[in-house]
Write a protein that binds this ligand. Structure first.
Ligand SMILES: Cc1cc2nc3c(=O)[nH]c(=O)nc-3n(C[C@H](O)[C@H](O)[C@H](O)COP(=O)(O)O)c2cc1C
Length: 290
């Protein structure tokens, strides 16, 4: 990895030193210089992105494009997207194109990432047979669980096995039975007959893996909305696949990986006419006593 600064182009603005004091310092001629020896670099690209005169080259970043920033949406424009995004569960049968899937994953790749490890992986399921198999298997598992949870004996056993987790399940209980029975009847309430499911996963041992994946997923939800597609997070997909050897194999999940969030995407059958502006939460402030 080699970083260099074109001294002719450099205007000594010092921004590279401000954004990366690890690899840049003020040089003898008053212009920034690359630290010698260079420090650890996470390849974030900030040095090249901030340089107004393209004076910096970095061999570790050779594969990336550094385009001039496009005009950013205003707060109002961004809020229009955020308030009009809905979890969509009503899709046409038309599959997504490869270009659409690539565009969604490109949006995901722009998310912030702990230590910039670029560790998040995506399993994109578009095979209708596999999608159906997933829905039916999860419908069956859910029906089994819902039946068992009706019995105090089984509830007691699950409490012993899962501890607090069973409490977290409780709000879901009224949903489980109808979800399972409808799905098994062919009214898919797991994947809603979406033509595409994106499983977002990282290593089980990655300390930032859960957050990394969720930020990528959030970008996918917004990109889908901006592209006129519809998307929905499907929590019912994530843990059932993680904890079932057969389903892990069905989707080819690597052995040491864990799905952190799952999203279905498709073409909505109709548009929503209204957004939902939820009130801003009141922040909790800590007062320092003087
Ligand atoms: C962690 C998480 C899990 C979710 N799981 C499901 C799910 O399994 N099935 C489903 O239909 N919707 C699921 N949703 C979508 C929520 O129901 C939806 O976001 C919420 O009702 C608010 O609606 P909105 O997204 O349209 O604003 C999930 C959302 C999140 C964030």
């Amino acid at each position: 990895m080699k970083i260099s600064i074109d001294r002719e182009k450099c205007t000594a603005c010092g921004r590279c030193v401000e954004v990366c004091a690890v690899n840049f310092a003020e040089g003898a001629d008053g212009k920034p210089a690359v630290s010698d020896p260079p420090g650890p670099c996470v390849l974030c690209g900030h040095c090249m992105a901030v340089c107004p005169v393209d004076a910096i080259t970095h061999t570790g970043l050779a594969g990336l494009r550094f385009d001039l920033c496009a005009k950013k949406p205003s707060y109002g424009e961004l809020m229009a997207l955020l308030t009009s995004r809905r979890s969509r569960r009503e899709f046409t049968k038309k599959p997504l194109t490869e270009a659409e899937i690539e565009a969604l994953l490109s949006a995901a790749a722009q998310a912030p990432n702990g230590l910039n490890k670029r560790n998040v992986r995506y399993t994109v399921v578009t095979d209708p047979k596999i999608l159906k198999e997933l829905s039916l298997a999860i419908g069956k598992q859910t029906g089994w669980l819902a039946d068992k949870l009706d019995s105090p004996v089984w509830r007691g056993l699950f409490k012993l096995l899962w501890g607090r987790q069973i409490k977290e399940f409780e709000p879901l209980l009224p949903l489980l039975k109808p979800m399972a029975s409808e799905t098994l009847k062919g009214n898919d309430m797991v994947l809603y007959k979406a033509p595409c499911a994106i499983l977002i996963h990282t290593s089980k041992h990655d300390p930032c893996g859960a957050e990394d994946a969720v930020y990528c997923g959030a970008n996918i939800l917004l990109a889908a909305e901006a592209m006129g597609l519809g998307a929905c997070v499907i929590g019912f997909l994530t843990e059932p696949i993680n904890s079932d050897r057969g389903l892990r194999k069905l989707v080819g999940l690597p052995r040491d990986h864990k799905i952190r969030t799952s999203i279905i995407v498709g073409r909505p059958r109709f548009a929503y006419t209204h957004g939902v502006l939820r009130p801003a939460p009141k922040p909790e402030r800590i007062r320092v006593q003087t």
